[in-house]
Design a protein around this ligand. Structure first.
Ligand SMILES: *Cc1c(COP(=O)(O)O)cnc(C)c1O
Length: 391
């Protein structure tokens, strides 16, 4: 049995260190904001190379807070990708605005910047790229369109902490960065948690107030915010785990390079009509290639953190899924339905066929285990099981 993610193996060597900080917080009985939250926010801002970081209650609430801080509401449109986790567009709906989808680039699975301009209307209030699977969207092109139209950019960096685009860290390229510390993210809390980052002092101040019901002084409310606070316990745990994050990222990158080499040996990735397409990494703006080296990032300033290692299977993806289930190989489909085809967004008028690359990705992709502690034998077993299915 190889699980998709093995958090127990990650926790074992950290147990004493994490339990010590948990005990400290429990002994202090200081649970809401306070010194542990402030210390984590400092560490996170440094890590993300951002001026300001604020801990919040989840990645979803980070997105909601960002939209609220930009006063986005009814009648407004936000441009985003249809191929992402539900929360990206769900939050747009929750503030009363409309998500206007733009199709993805089929190699990176991220928003295709060439199609953004055509989707901009007089109602557009923001662009919200998602750095899917741990790789930054093509931010240079996205920022260029945003600047031409004077639109703020909210980065959904929930899957991309520490990812880089031309040397700039995810969440620090647009106006607000949104992070999730859901346990399955590369930096996972012991429950729900998230963060926002920004370099804009006004937005930082506003989001800090809005995280706490919009109050600027106890019981004096300048805005209508919400309870979007991070727990002190989660912040203390995350401060410990943050120190290991780069080591874990290196492990994920090594696994990706090993998988790429192993899959190439199967012959299934070769030829004009390969059965499998390997994940592609950003080489230069708009150009992608398959990673071949483990330790060294061969590409110029780009850093893929492999929150997920996602393959495209040109045939029989669903049969393969059943086969992996049967052989106890962890896997997941992110995401089986594009957001424009979700029942709850029917009022936005999305039609099947409207975003062909997103719809095809939903039918063909499947993620396999990539967590840092995977052994070579486990990687070989995963690849051999898939190869046996296609033989
Ligand atoms: C995980 C995730 C979120 C939501 O984060 P939560 O902490 O689970 O609320 C939002 N967007 C994307 C792309 C995600 O992967």
């Amino acid at each position: 049995m190889i699980p998709l993610l093995d958090l127990k193996t990650q926790y074992a060597p950290l147990k004493a260190e994490i339990q010590a900080v948990m005990n400290r917080v429990c002994d202090s009985q200081y649970f809401i904001l306070g010194p542990d939250v402030e210390a984590f926010e400092q560490d996170l801002a440094t890590y993300c190379q951002a001026q300001f970081a604020l801990g919040v209650s989840s990645g979803t609430d980070a997105l909601l807070l960002a939209l609220m801080a930009l006063d986005i509401g009814p009648g407004d449109e936000v441009i985003t990708t249809p191929y992402t986790f539900f929360a990206t567009a769900g939050c747009v709906a929750r503030v009363g605005a409309k998500a206007v989808f733009v199709d993805i680039d089929p190699q990176s699975y991220n928003l295709d910047p060439r199609q953004i301009e055509a989707a901009i209307t007089s109602q557009t209030r923001a662009i919200m790229p998602v750095h899917l699977y741990g790789q930054c969207a093509d931010m240079e092109a996205i920022m260029a369109v945003a600047e031409r139209h004077n639109l703020p950019v909210i980065e959904d960096a929930a899957q991309a902490i520490g990812a880089e685009y031309k040397g700039q860290r995810a969440g620090n390229i647009g106006h607000i960065g949104c992070f999730s510390f859901f346990p399955s993210k590369n930096l996972g809390a012991f429950g729900d948690a998230g963060a926002v980052t920004t370099n804009d002092p006004e937005l930082a101040k506003k989001m800090k107030f809005m995280r706490m019901h919009g109050e600027h002084t106890r019981y004096y409310h300048q805005y209508i915010g919400g309870n979007f606070r991070i727990d002190a316990l989660q912040a203390a745990i995350l401060s410990v785990k943050l120190r290991y994050l780069d080591e874990w990222t290196a492990g994920r990158q090594r696994n990706a390079a090993d998988y790429n080499a192993l899959f190439r040996q199967t012959g299934l990735t070769e030829g004009d009509n390969p059965m499998i397409t390997l994940p592609h990494e950003s080489l230069e703006t708009g150009q992608y290639a398959v990673r071949t080296e483990a330790e060294v990032n061969p590409f110029s300033g780009h850093r893929h953190i492999y929150n997920q290692y996602v393959l495209r299977f040109h045939e029989k993806r669903d049969e393969l899924k059943a086969y992996l289930q049967e052989h106890q190989i962890g896997h997941a489909i992110y995401y089986p339905v594009s957001l424009h085809e979700q029942e709850c967004f029917a009022a936005w008028g999305g039609k099947t066929g409207q975003y062909p690359h997103s719809e095809l990705a939903a039918k063909q992709t499947l993620a396999i285990p990539i967590y840092p502690e995977l052994t070579m034998a486990q990687k070989e077993e995963v690849v051999q099981t898939i190869a046996r299915f296609y033989q």
